[in-house]
Design a protein around this ligand. Structure first.
Ligand code: SF4
Length: 350
C-alpha cells in the first residue's frame, strides 16, 4: 500500500470526523498534552475529562505540580486508578523543574528519560504540542496497523513491535503530523475498535488487508497464553469390603481447601507400601486407570487414579478425623476431579 495514500485518507477523515474540541486540544502546550496522555493511558476519554479539568485547575503548570505535596497530587488522581501514573507525573515534574529549568524538554530522548513516559507517549506529547515529526505506536495504532497490513504475531512481542515501529515511521507524514497522529489514535479508539469494528464507515476499508482477507476478528494476534507447568499425582480409590471409598480432608487453605479428596501418593512411589506405612491398610489388588488432566489457573495436574481393594476391613486408620469411609451417593464436599472419579467408579458397579 502507498503510505501516502493511507495518511491522506486518515487526514481527510480527521477533517470530517476527528476529535478537535477535547480540553487538552485547546492551547496544547507540552505540559497540558502530557497530563492528558498520561491520564488517557488506561482510561477512556469521557472519564478523563472531569479529572483533567480538576487537575489543571489545581496544577496549571509544571512548577505548581512539582511544588505540590504528593498526597495532594494523588488525591486529584483518586478514582482514576493506576496510581503509579500520578506518582510518576509528580516525580517527572520535579525532574523537569530541577534539570530543565522548569521547561518541558523538546528532545525525544530527554522526554523518554522522564518517569512514566514511554516512546509512544513521548512522540504523542511532542507531536501534538509542537507539530514536530514524531511517530506514535500506542495500542490503538497497533490494532489499526495489524489489521490494515495483516501483521501476524502478538504486538507485544519485540520482533513484531519493532516491525510495527518501522512501518509507523514510514507512514508518519512530514506535514500535519499532529493531525495525523490524532487521526490514527482516534480511528483506533472510535472506529477500528477491538470488538465490533465499524468497517462500513472506516476510511481505510478500501485498503485494509484484514477486511479483504476476512481476518478482522483474528487480528491483532492475541497474547499467547503462558505455558503453565504440569504436576503429577496418584490418587487412590481405596475400597473396603463394603465397597466404601476412603476420603481424606484437605487442609483448610490451598488447593481444594477444606474439601474431601482422595489420599495421594507421589508419582513413582510404591502404593501398597505407602498405604501400609501411612494408613495401616493392607492392599489385596491394585488397578491403575488411565491418566486424566485437571487444569488450575496456574498449573495442570495430571492424575493417575489407582483403584485399591483391601485384604480385610480395617479396624482403624491413622489420623482419625481426617479420614472417612464414603458410601456412594452420600453428600460430601468433594473436589471436582474426585467427584468425577467416584462417579466413574459407581458406574462400574454391577
Ligand atoms: S476496515 Fe475495519 S479492520 Fe480495517 S482498519 Fe478499518 S475498521 Fe479496522
Amino acid at each position: 500500500m502507498d503510505t501516502k495514500y493511507l495518511s491522506q485518507r486518515l487526514l481527510s477523515w480527521f477533517d470530517q470526523h476527528g476529535r478537535k474540541t477535547l480540553p487538552w486540544q485547546h492551547n496544547p502546550t507540552p505540559y497540558r498534552v502530557w497530563i492528558s496522555e498520561v491520564m488517557l493511558q488506561q482510561t477512556q476519554v469521557a472519564t478523563v475529562i472531569p479529572y483533567y479539568q480538576r487537575f489543571m485547575a489545581r496544577f496549571p503548570d509544571i512548577k505548581t505540580l512539582a511544588e505540590a505535596e504528593l498526597d495532594e497530587v494523588l488525591s486529584h488522581w483518586s478514582g482514576l486508578g493506576y496510581y503509579a501514573r500520578g506518582r510518576n507525573l509528580h516525580a517527572a515534574a520535579k525532574i523537569i523543574q530541577a534539570d530543565h529549568a522548569g521547561t518541558f524538554p523538546y528532545q525525544l530522548s530527554q522526554v523518554v528519560a522522564l518517569p512514566g513516559i514511554g516512546r509512544s507517549t513521548a512522540g504523542a506529547i511532542l507531536s501534538l504540542s509542537t507539530s514536530a515529526r514524531h511517530t506514535i505506536l500506542d495500542g490503538n495504532v497497533k490494532r489499526v496497523l495489524a489489521r490494515c497490513f495483516v501483521i501476524e504475531g502478538w504486538p507485544g512481542k519485540s520482533s513484531v513491535e519493532k516491525a510495527m515501529w518501522q512501518l509507523a515511521e514510514q507512514l508518519t507524514p512530514n506535514k500535519r503530523v499532529a493531525n495525523y497522529n490524532q487521526a490514527i489514535m482516534d480511528l483506533g479508539a472510535t472506529c477500528c475498535t477491538r470488538s465490533k469494528p465499524q468497517c462500513d464507515s472506516c476510511p481505510l476499508a478500501t485498503c485494509c488487508g484484514a477486511l479483504e482477507q476476512g481476518q478482522v476478528e483474528t487480528l491483532p494476534t492475541a497474547k499467547p497464553r503462558k505455558k503453565i507447568p504440569v504436576r503429577t499425582t496418584q490418587m487412590l480409590l481405596i475400597r473396603n469390603m463394603q465397597g466404601e471409598v476412603l476420603l481424606e480432608k484437605r487442609p483448610p487453605t490451598g488447593i481444594w481447601g477444606g474439601l474431601w479428596s482422595l489420599p495421594e501418593v507421589a508419582q513413582g512411589e510404591a502404593t501398597e507400601c505407602w498405604c501400609e506405612e501411612n494408613l495401616g491398610l493392607k492392599v489385596a489388588s491394585l488397578e491403575e486407570w488411565p491418566l486424566r488432566r485437571h487444569t488450575f489457573s496456574h498449573f495442570h495436574l495430571d492424575i493417575t487414579p489407582q483403584l485399591l481393594q483391601l485384604k480385610s476391613n480395617p479396624t482403624q486408620i491413622n489420623e482419625a478425623g481426617r479420614h472417612v469411609w464414603y458410601k456412594m451417593q452420600q453428600t460430601h464436599g468433594l473436589a471436582a476431579p474426585v467427584a468425577r472419579l467416584i462417579e466413574e467408579l459407581s458406574r462400574r458397579e454391577p
